[in-house]
Design a protein around this ligand. Structure first.
Ligand SMILES: Cc1ncc(COP(=O)(O)O)c(C=O)c1O
Length: 363
């Protein structure tokens, strides 16, 4: 099959749209910024790989100073372990015998950390690990308001920690929580206080773990939408912020993260101008995603991505908006990079206007 991969050295307009574009200068600046913030705060950066699904990018971040990576699925961990990444947190619940068997396999390839919030899951994984003569590190995941998974940060979490600590094939290593429900609080002081209070309960539990003789060297939390506040919380040992390397409209406009630069874009082409108010581009639901936040055109603030069908995107324009031409390339900053990258096979990585690398996305 001909993948129509463009030659290195070509310019943005020489590539058939739609495609995913990575500005390497901005990407590297974001990576440096995250490494610096974590170093200054004395914590480790364990960037989430769900946003890039790329062993090349994982290695880039590890070489730049990340201390390990986070994955959302066993599949992502397998891809990263196959590429030689060793310290991998799977920040999700793993249940069901088929998936547990895959976990056992990958735990023999890399130094895996998993999250647990219940004894049934712990017992099943312990048994499977023991049968294979393998073991896996464990974080107890806490519910701090996200209303997703996790156990309350109280006596039941200490009980689960004690049980896990006794089970063969499991090495209790600490706590994990995600403050994802607090990302979009508008007022910075209010946001900081809400994050401090939510994560304070995690740090308090760490103290109780230690007083009970339970090991707790790792306290893992934090995302791109909260990291400036999360890194300030004493007792946190690492943050998982991943999408920070790319930046997008959700992080900037909804989470008000201002320190990072837009590194990711979707390159599209205007294919039709049916009315003065509407332009149609060649990028729809199979290229990008509107569900978390709308993409926007950085060079044309008057344009709005109005709606998408599978392979068409409708751009609303105002009478005094820019003149658009059929065939014109239009750059869009993704609404949410994470849910955009999954539609693509490669990052087209540019520097100084030239294609420097094609970075595969492995799904
Ligand atoms: C467990 C977990 N950690 C961290 C994050 C933050 O990821 P990012 O920094 O890419 O937004 C998420 C986002 O969904 C998450 O589910």
């Amino acid at each position: 099959m001909n993948d129509h991969l463009p030659p290195l050295g070509c310019s943005k307009t020489e590539i058939s749209t739609p495609y995913l574009c990575l500005d390497l200068d901005h990407f590297e600046a974001n990576v440096q910024s995250m490494v610096a913030v974590c170093r200054e705060s004395g914590i480790q950066w364990r960037p989430h790989a769900k946003c890039h699904k790329s062993p090349v990018i994982a290695e880039w971040l590890l070489n730049a100073g990340a201390g390990g990576i986070t994955c959302a699925t066993v599949r992502e961990a397998e891809v990263m372990a196959d590429a030689g990444v060793s310290d991998i947190l799977i920040a999700n619940m793993i249940a069901g015998s088929a998936k547990v068997q895959r976990l056992v396999q990958v735990a023999q390839q890399a130094d895996i950390l998993i999250c647990l919030d219940n004894i049934d899951q712990a017992t099943a994984i312990s048994q499977a690990m023991s049968e294979a003569g393998a073991s896996v590190r464990v974080l107890i995941e806490l519910e701090i308001g996200l209303n997703r998974v996790g156990i309350a940060a109280g006596p039941s979490a200490i009980k689960l920690g004690s049980q896990v600590n006794e089970l063969p094939g499991l090495q209790l290593t600490g706590l994990m929580a995600y403050e994802g429900h607090l990302l979009t609080i508008e007022d910075p002081a209010e946001k900081e206080s809400a994050i401090r209070s939510a994560l304070g309960s995690v740090v308090e539990l760490k103290k109780q773990f230690e007083q009970s003789g339970l090991p707790c060297p790792i306290v893992s939390c934090g995302g791109t939408g909260s990291y400036p506040f999360t890194v300030k919380q004493p007792g946190i040992t690492e943050i998982q912020a991943g999408g920070a390397i790319f930046m997008d409209a959700f992080y900037r406009h909804a989470c008000r993260i201002t320190e990072l630069q837009y590194a990711l874009s979707v390159q599209t082409t205007v294919v039709s101008l049916p009315t003065p108010e509407r332009a149609i581009i060649d990028a729809g639901h199979k290229t990008m995603n509107l569900s978390v936040h709308r993409p926007f055109a950085p060079d044309h603030p008057d344009l709005t991505v109005d709606w998408l069908s599978a392979e068409h995107g409708a751009i609303a324009r105002t009478p005094d908006g820019p003149d658009l031409e059929i065939g014109q390339q239009l750059e869009l900053i993704p609404g949410y990079g994470d849910l955009t990258n999954i539609f693509h096979t490669h990052f087209h990585a540019f520097r100084n206007g030239q294609l420097e690398q094609l970075i595969p996305i492995v799904r």
